[in-house]
Design a protein around this ligand. Structure first.
Ligand SMILES: Nc1ncnc2c1ncn2[C@@H]1O[C@H](COP(=O)(O)OP(=O)(O)OP(=O)(O)O)[C@@H](O)[C@H]1O
Ligand SMILES: [Mg+2]
Length: 515
């Protein structure tokens, strides 16, 4: 290709000189003519992929994918390479150096890639290196191969590059914190991240296997559903509501989901967000392929179910209605604290339904709660929280997963006993796991299972006592209202004395004091 380019450079030099001395309009016509001439005789076509497309401060996805593809597939052919330990990558990323040319062959078609660098002419002084140098990859190929290159080679490069990036990428866990933005402005809420390194997987998650499979299938269908979501005109997002008692694996499930999909996790601490505007800013910064988590949504502000009293006059489940009515009825005065968050239900619903979800890219939002009944139905209606998943107390199937995880046991003679006890007792997987964990290296699996059985018996007794106490409580209340009814016109003191006497008699009978 060298000879052609030498002649071409000379031609360019001549034209540049002419450009300086000619009137602009004349130069325009000559330029068009030269362009046509070059196109007619040049047997090659060039396509340029800019790192930062004109008028954009966002790094081009295509540029990134090409860089990764070339680094992974063709770096052995290049003589000058750059090595980066890119932030968030698991391995050293290689890329070809500036002005280095490498060849690639695709289905017998040869193409050439070069990386070039330019300095934009600008009067603006930039503090960022990336604005000073603009890099691009240039793909050159023979004119007769245009169909195959544009038709399939390019999509091969882009999809391969993205797949490699996905494999190599280290997941991140983001949390929202308030910090200085470096410009001396007020403190600003921003995302900070650490490497996400949670070991939970669906294999180690203890729950009913059918339920688990259903969730995994749902996630797979979601990730493959780009076209489907487009067809039905729905934003490519899915909401999961995880509810259940403490220690049943809600947070563990989120980690397993993130590891399964290889998504980043954005753990949104709503109570730290000042208002809806701040929430909107945060949400815009959330990347694609992310799980946004709001843990303990019932505790996150006053958005759970309080609406203005007059809402009963309106259609309760009408979405517009819900958005109009600011559910977070607690005003600053009611809270008595101006510093508290002013996020409203409508703000949160906008967060889920609004601009953010329309900005493309697969996103999952997960709410967790211990008290599903406290949540506003608008917040968790299908379409927002598409799948409601109950994380329940430990069943035998879940116990088997934990026994495998903690003790490497598939079966044991004590399993039958444990199975029967689990049918009677509500115990969280967290409690089961705690009992199964050996307390010292010498502790055998047998002893761990024994510990669990003891704990289950204890829990059974405690449950019996608590049932008894509840019963007494209920009976006491019944008697109290009975006495009140009977007392009719009697004075308050007489009622109290009568009531106390009756209570003593009931309790004495209950605990056999007169025997
Ligand atoms: N279903 C489960 N499978 C495997 N481990 C579990 C499960 N549930 C609980 N655990 C274990 O118990 C610990 C606590 O579980 P986790 O934090 O997921 O519970 P949670 O439902 O989120 O509780 P909370 O409602 O208090 O937030 C975990 O670290 C995990 O080791
Ligand atoms: Mg949790």
């Amino acid at each position: 290709m060298g000879g052609f380019w030498d002649n071409f450079s000379t031609l360019l030099l001549i034209t540049t000189t002419w450009q300086r001395i000619m009137p602009e309009e004349l130069w325009y016509h000559i330029n068009r003519f030269l362009q046509k001439l070059v196109n007619a005789i040049n047997p090659y076509i060039e396509i340029t992929f800019h790192e930062f497309p004109p008028d954009s401060h966002m790094r081009s996805d295509a540029y990134g994918a090409i860089e990764i593809y070339l680094g992974a597939n063709l770096s052995q052919k290049a003589e000058r390479l750059n090595a980066n330990t890119a932030d968030g990558s698991r391995s050293v990323a290689l890329s070809i150096d500036d002005y280095e040319e490498i060849t690639d062959v695709y289905n017998g078609v040869k193409v050439w890639w070069t990386r070039s660098k330019s300095f934009p002419r600008s009067n603006v002084i930039s503090f960022y290196g990336r604005d000073e140098e603009r890099r691009s990859y240039v793909l050159t190929f023979r004119r007769r191969h245009r169909d195959i290159v544009v038709g399939s080679y390019l999509s091969h490069v882009l999809s391969e590059g993205k797949a490699i990036a996905k494999r190599n990428r280290r997941q991140r866990l983001y949390t929202n914190v308030s910090g200085d933005n470096g410009w001396g402005d007020d403190e600003k809420m921003m995302w900070r991240h650490v490497a996400f390194d949670h070991p939970a997987t669906f294999d180690t998650l203890a729950m009913d296997p059918e339920k688990k499979k259903d969730i995994m299938d749902d996630l797979i269908a979601f990730t493959k559903g780009k076209e489907y979501y487009r067809q039905i005109g729905k934003a490519w997002k899915r909401g999961y509501l995880l509810y259940g008692p403490p220690g049943t694996g809600k947070s563990t499930m989120i980690a397993a989901m993130a590891n399964f999909l290889h998504y980043d996790v954005y753990d949104l601490e709503l109570t730290a967000v000042k208002d809806n505007t701040e929430l909107r800013k945060l949400m815009i910064e959330i990347s694609k392929r992310a799980i946004v988590v709001i843990e303990d949504i019932d505790c996150s502000l006053d958005i759970t179910g309080k609406r203005r009293a007059n809402t009963t006059d309106k259609k309760d489940n009408d979405e517009k209605d819900v958005k109009d009515v600011i559910a977070n009825t607690a005003t600053d005065n009611e809270r008595g604290n101006d510093e508290e968050s002013k996020i409203t239900l409508s703000g949160l619903l906008n967060f889920i339904d609004g601009l953010w979800s329309a900005s493309g890219g697969e996103r999952i939002i997960v709410f967790t709660t211990n008290y599903v009944e406290r949540l506003d139905p608008a917040l968790i209606r299908r379409g927002r929280m598409d799948k409601h998943i109950e994380m329940s107390y430990c069943c035998f199937e879940a116990f088997k997963v934990l026994a495998k995880n903690y003790l490497k046991l598939d079966s044991h003679e004590k399993f039958e006993n444990i199975k029967n006890l689990l049918k009677e007792i509500d115990i969280s997987p967290a409690d089961v796991a705690e009992n199964l964990m050996p307390k010292s290296p010498e502790m055998s699996s047998e002893e761990c299972l024994g510990n669990l059985i003891t704990a289950l018996h204890q829990a059974k007794e405690e449950a019996a006592v608590s049932r008894k106490a509840k019963k007494i409580d209920a009976e006491t209340q019944d008697k109290e209202s009975e006495v009140k009814q009977q007392s009719g016109t009697t004075s308050k003191e007489e009622v109290n004395v009568g009531f106390r006497k009756m209570m003593i008699r009931i309790l004495a009978e209950k605990y056999n004091c007169f025997r």
